[in-house]
Design a protein around this ligand. Structure first.
Ligand SMILES: [Fe+2]
Ligand SMILES: [Fe+2]
Length: 172
């Protein structure tokens, strides 16, 4: 768990890159999905993830002026979450057609993944971390707390949306 402003900045920056990968993956699955409803729901999650990416990156940059190159090794910062998304997103983005069965399998994986992400953010972006951030930036703490709560709510919604998609595939 990050303990210093520098570590928090690193976590935020890597989370930004991570959300960008997630967003691209959802966008791609939306593109190769034929069903208009499913397409729309997947794009909704993609848009949320791009929004998260922009927010994390901005806050990470706010906290420190450290050279971006030190952030290269996001696998060390985010661990299995990072490995999971980089490996899977490359594979998924190589697929150009998808049937119902593969879509269901994919959605199953993404559902578990969304749960992990929410947990990870809940653990790291706790009140203590945010207090430290507020100290370092000299900014009021309230907006951070609120925004992080929204991000975590979004992640929980993503899980719900994926459940709706699964139901739609199964029962039309
Ligand atoms: Fe997200
Ligand atoms: Fe998400």
């Amino acid at each position: 768990m990050p303990g210093s402003g520098y570590e928090i900045a690193r976590f935020l920056y890597c989370s930004g890159l991570f959300e960008e990968e997630v967003a691209k993956t959802y966008r791609h699955v939306a593109e190769i999905t034929r069903d208009a409803n499913i397409k729309c729901l997947l794009n909704y999650i993609a848009d949320d993830s791009y929004k998260h990416a922009a927010m994390f990156k901005a806050l990470g940059g706010y906290l420190t002026n450290v050279d971006r190159s030190v952030f290269e090794d996001c696998e060390k910062v985010l661990g299995s979450l990072w490995r999971n998304i980089t490996e899977n997103s490359r594979r998924i983005r190589g697929v150009s057609e998808i049937g119902d069965q593969e879509l269901l399998k994919l959605i199953d994986g993404l559902e578990k993944f969304e749960g992990f992400v929410a947990e990870e953010y809940l653990t790291v972006l706790n009140v203590k971390t945010i207090e430290l951030m507020a100290q370092e930036t000299g900014l009021p703490i309230e907006p951070y707390v609120m925004i992080f709560e929204w991000v975590i709510e979004d992640e929980k919604r993503h899980e719900q949306i994926l459940k709706i998609i699964k139901n739609h595939v199964l029962h039309g």
